[in-house]
Design a protein around this ligand. Sequence first.
Ligand code: PEP
Ligand code: MN
Length: 339
Amino acid sequence: MIVVMRRDASEQDIQHMIKEVELANLKPTVLRGTERTVIAVIGDERRMASIGALESGPGVDEVLTVLAPYKVASRETKSEPTIVTAGTLTVGGGRLGIIAGPCGVESEEQIISAARAIKKSGATALRGGAFKPRTSPYSFQGMKEAGLRLLAKAREETGLPVVTEVVTSEDVPLVAEYADVLQVGARNMQNYRLLEAVGRVTRPVLLKRGPSATIDEFLLAAEYILDAGNQQVMLCERGIRTFETHTRFTLPLASVPYLQAKTHLPVVIDPSHGTGHTSLVPAMARAAIAAGADGIIVEVHPNPEKALSDGYQSLNFQQFEEMMAGCRRVAAAMEMQLA
Ligand code: PEP
Ligand code: MN
């Protein structure tokens, strides 16, 4: 951290800041220039809870941070990639995870047929929401616990691990009883009590980026889970809100190499929510793998036209089969292993 003093800062102001830094158990080095004085601070500035508040100190112009605000999630802390596993799903370290299934669990027939079809086409995990956070209170809210039971049944039938969303911290024990991977949805990325709750269980977590969250905010959300003790975290880029209206969200694939440079956590791309249009999903799935993604999560429904949620962005079984053929070719070119 560097504390830049104002031109008119007095010696008393400088001494005051030195004392503040020492009080935080950090080491100040005063550099006196001809124009102004700066205080270079050695030590982990992240341990200083009120770092921003220093800027309001007497004679201070600005406080520049040097370290990334997240710590456990950072590549600086752990250089080797984190590999997340749950049954047949492996994500990271050169292994590509393919999570597929309907947006929401709607019936036994729907989830079992989807699980069978996606397995046949090469998916390594089944997705399906039992608790659905919907923009409108009048939209389908999910089958809740009955949906969780159907997901468990689909796992029994196919052997595929189950990825499903948990929307409140009180539901974490219940969802963790049935799910292999807990999904924290985009709308909940900054629900810090929920992040702490999923951080305390021994289930991998798929954390989705909030549509208006910056990458630093996204990584700090992951930091909550890691800090609570759970190291099995996957980051999911699912598109952000921009001025563009042709796609439901804007899918920034630059997030893949950028996140991989900043963190050891694996990166999963969601081309379904990222585009909001069935026809755009296969190309963005291939592009995600070409960009180096560690996994993809795709919505697949036996009959998208009749889906109770997100039918407009869901693939039918045939479309998923074709998408997988394209993904396999790109994965091979990228030397990614697809189970
Ligand atoms: C979902 O995966 O169905 C979902 C609700 O996604 P998101 O949280 O990214 O909107
Ligand atoms: Mn959905």
